[in-house]
Structures are given as C-alpha cells and as structure tokens.
Design a binder for this molecule. Structure first.
Ligand SMILES: *[C@@H]1O[C@H](CO)[C@@H](O)[C@H](O)[C@H]1NC(C)=O
Ligand SMILES: *[C@@H]1O[C@H](CO)[C@@H](O)[C@H](O)[C@H]1NC(C)=O
Ligand SMILES: *[C@@H]1O[C@H](CO)[C@@H](O)[C@H](O)[C@H]1NC(C)=O
Ligand SMILES: *[C@@H]1O[C@H](CO)[C@@H](O)[C@H](O)[C@H]1NC(C)=O
Ligand SMILES: *[C@@H]1O[C@H](CO)[C@@H](O)[C@H](O)[C@H]1NC(C)=O
Ligand SMILES: *[C@@H]1O[C@H](CO)[C@@H](O)[C@H](O)[C@H]1NC(C)=O
Ligand SMILES: *[C@@H]1O[C@H](CO)[C@@H](O)[C@H](O)[C@H]1NC(C)=O
Length: 288
C-alpha cells in the first residue's frame, strides 16, 4: 500500500471516528439500546422515550448545555426497570450522573462503563447485579460517588480502584457477596470520606495502610470475616465520626486514650469480635 493511500485511509477513518463518536445519533442510539433492555418491564418511565420528542426531553435524561446532543445525566431511580444494562451505556461518553438505583436490574455490570471518564456519580445500588465488579470502573477517573450496595456482586474488590479514583469521596459496597481481602490500595483514595463495606464475605487482615486516609469520616465493615489484630494505625484516623467493625474476628486492645485519638467519634462499634479489652487492663472478653 502506498504511503498516500495509507494517509488518506487514515484520514477517512479519523473523520468516520469523529462523526460516530461525536454525533447526536450515537447518544440516541445508546439510549434506545438501553430502552430495548427493558422490553416487557412494567416501567412507565420509558413511555416518554419515543420519537415524538428529542431524546433530550425524555424522562430522566438531561443533555449538555454547550453540546445539546450529548447526554450528561441519566437518572431513573425506583422506576420499575427490569432487565439488563447493555454495553452501549458506555457510549454515552459525556455522562456525569448515572443513577439507576432501586430497580430490578440484573446480570453483570458492563465493563464498558469504564469508558465514561466524565462520570461523577454512579449509583447502581439496590438492584440484583451479579458477577464481579469490573476492574474497568477504575477508568472512571472523575467518580466522586460510587454506590453498588445491595446487589449480589461477588469476587474480590479490584485493587485497581484504589490507584485511579483519586476524586472518590463516597464508596458504598455493603450488602453484596464480595470475598477476599480489603485492598490495601484503597488507602490511596485521598479524598475518601465515606467507606461502607458491611455485610460481605471479606476476609483476612485489615491493611494497616488504611490508617493513611486523610479525610475519612465514616468507616464501616460490619459482619464480614476479617481477622487478625486490629491495626493500630486506624486509631490515627482522627477525622472519623463513625467506626463500625462489629461482627468480625478481630483481636487486639483498644487504646485507653481513644477519646483523644478519635475526638470526633460519635458511633463506635467493635462488638462481636475477639478484642481483649482496653490497653493496660483487661476489662472484658468478647468471644461470640
Ligand atoms: C456503541 O459504540 C460502539 C463502538 O463505538 C459501536 O460499535 C456500537 O454500535 C455503539 N452502540 C450503539 C447502540 O450506539
Ligand atoms: C410519547 O412521549 C410523550 C411525552 O414525551 C407522551 O406524551 C406520549 O404519550 C408518548 N407516546 C406514546 C405512544 O407513548
Ligand atoms: C476494559 O479495559 C481494558 C483495559 O483498559 C480495555 O482493553 C477493554 O477494552 C475495556 N473493556 C471494555 C468493554 O471497555
Ligand atoms: C440516586 O437517586 C436516589 C433517589 O433520588 C437518591 O436517594 C440517591 O441518593 C441517588 N444516588 C446518589 C449516589 O446520589
Ligand atoms: C443487609 O445484610 C444484612 C445482613 O445479612 C441483613 O440483615 C439486612 O437485611 C440486609 N439489608 C438489606 C436492605 O437487604
Ligand atoms: C497505592 O497503594 C499501594 C498499597 O498501599 C502502594 O503500594 C502504591 O504505591 C499506591 N499507589 C499509588 C499510585 O499511590
Ligand atoms: C500515628 O500517627 C503518629 C503521628 O503522626 C505517628 O508517629 C505514628 O507512627 C502513627 N501510628 C501508626 C500505628 O501508624
């Protein structure tokens, strides 16, 4: 192939890519693929999703002001949506908010969500998603709020999440079936304020690195299978208002000056573990 032909081919491909990637039809096509996933579900929300109006005025859809053909918000919580989430959702590349909580969504979370680099809020909580949490979500680098609580997700929490989601403020993974350890990499989430992992099957030691959170307010991992000595670094999380670790197999002693170390603490739960009392004295045993 001649160089000239290669160059013009490249040109044609680039133009085609720009049209396919930037045109209004691609966001509409992605929304229609989304709608097609719920054929037969009893949702009335999608009735307005018809060709009588522009897709930007469909219920739950908000388009960008500057780029009026690009969807920035898709929010249909509690809308009786029953079905799967199609990979085409990853084509809505301007999306900032995706809130589909409290529906009857099932199947796997599509890895194509990783293409949503502008996504700030992702709420797929209170559905029936299963399979593993795709590591590709670590590419959603704008995320501030990730809520996947109350699903049937399993497998490990991917290490990758901790390395890239530097803007994440709230991570909610409770009431799933996650296994394996709490990834030490989560300590890299320097903006994290709320971390909820209760009611999973997490096991192993609590990584001492978690003591490095700078602004963490609430840390909760009740009712898992975490074991070993509760790392003393966690008593250094002076910004904590909630520390809830009930229902694990944790050991160790609680510092006598915990009030000085965690001055903002309002809720403190370590019951149903194997702690042997306060530092300096043995006040109580708790073997349950
Ligand atoms: C989504 O994007 C992919 C890759 O660009 C494309 O092949 C597919 O047709 C798109 N799907 C929809 C429904 O627009
Ligand atoms: C199409 O959507 C409009 C609102 O956007 C609604 O008033 C109308 O009933 C819908 N048509 C059908 C056939 O559902
Ligand atoms: C998931 O991420 C990998 C690595 O970044 C990429 O190669 C792959 O295409 C992504 N999958 C999807 C469905 O976007
Ligand atoms: C999603 O929408 C529901 C219902 O409006 C709301 O309660 C929830 O806070 C939203 N999720 C996020 C992460 O903002
Ligand atoms: C969350 O899990 C706990 C423990 O398994 C259970 O008691 C509780 O009912 C669950 N909550 C919801 C809303 O499913
Ligand atoms: C993330 O955390 C891990 C384990 O704590 C550490 O080894 C790694 O260097 C950190 N990565 C970044 C990008 O900070
Ligand atoms: C707690 O913080 C103090 C002061 O920053 C530091 O000297 C100490 O090593 C920390 N303890 C742990 C267990 O990380």
């Amino acid at each position: 192939m001649s160089l000239r032909l290669q160059l013009s081919l490249l040109f044609v491909l680039t133009i085609a890519g720009a049209v396919a990637g930037g045109g209004s039809s691609s966001d509409e096509a992605a929304l229609l693929a989304f709608k097609a996933g719920f054929r037969g579900s009893s949702s009335s929300a999608l009735a307005s999703w018809n060709s009588s109006t522009s897709f930007c005025s469909w219920e739950g859809v908000v388009c960008d002001r500057q780029m009026p053909t690009r969807v920035v918000v898709l929010t249909l919580p509690s809308s009786n949506l029953a079905g799967g989430l199609p990979p085409a959702i990853g084509n809505l590349s301007f999306l900032q908010t995706l809130n589909l909580s409290s529906n009857e969504l099932y199947g796997e979370i599509p890895p194509s969500l990783g293409r949503l680099r502008r996504l700030q809020i992702l709420d797929l909580g209170s559905n029936s998603f299963s399979g593993e949490l795709p590591a590709n979500l670590s590419s959603c680098i704008s995320l501030t709020n990730l809520r996947l609580a109350y699903n049937q997700l399993g497998g490990r929490i991917p290490d990758e999440l901790g390395n890239t989601l530097t803007k994440l403020q709230k991570l909610q993974l409770q009431n799933n079936s996650f296994t394996g350890p709490i990834p030490a990499t989560l300590a890299n989430l320097s903006s994290l304020q709320y971390l909820y992992m209760d009611n999973n099957h997490l096991e192993g030691l609590i990584p001492p690195d978690l003591g490095e959170f700078a602004v963490l307010r609430e840390l909760s991992f009740q009712r898992n299978h975490l074991s070993g000595v509760f790392p003393s670094s966690l008593w250094n999380l002076s910004t904590l208002t909630v520390l809830a670790a009930n229902g694990n197999m944790l050991q160790g002693r609680i510092p006598a000056n915990i009030g000085d170390k965690l001055p903002r603490l309002q809720h403190f739960g370590l019951a149903e573990n194997r702690f042997s009392g306060w530092e300096g004295c043995i006040l109580w045993y708790d073997y349950t």
